[in-house]
Design a protein around this ligand. Structure first.
Ligand SMILES: [Zn+2]
Length: 74
């Protein structure tokens, strides 16, 4: 019986420096959240693990839509 070795990847939260443990095999564009400050990040790099604000792109999209709407209304 072969035991599958579970590797835990630890990366630091860019916001509060809390250690974020990633136990599953991470893939690009996976979403991880910080247990301390509950910030949500997207994995953009795998070796080493690179995190990017997941909220950021959402806000940008909303901003873009809002601008479009304003132009229409005007
Ligand atoms: Zn954090």
């Amino acid at each position: 019986m072969a035991k599958a070795k579970i590797t835990t990847i630890v990366t630091l939260c860019p916001v509060c420096d809390m250690r974020i443990h990633i136990t599953e095999r991470p893939r690009r564009f996976d979403i991880v959240s910080c247990p301390e400050c509950e910030a949500i990040f997207e994995i953009v790099g795998l070796s080493p693990i690179e995190l990017q604000w997941a909220d950021d792109s959402i806000f940008k999209d909303e901003d873009f839509d809002a601008n479009n709407e304003k132009q229409y209304a005007w």
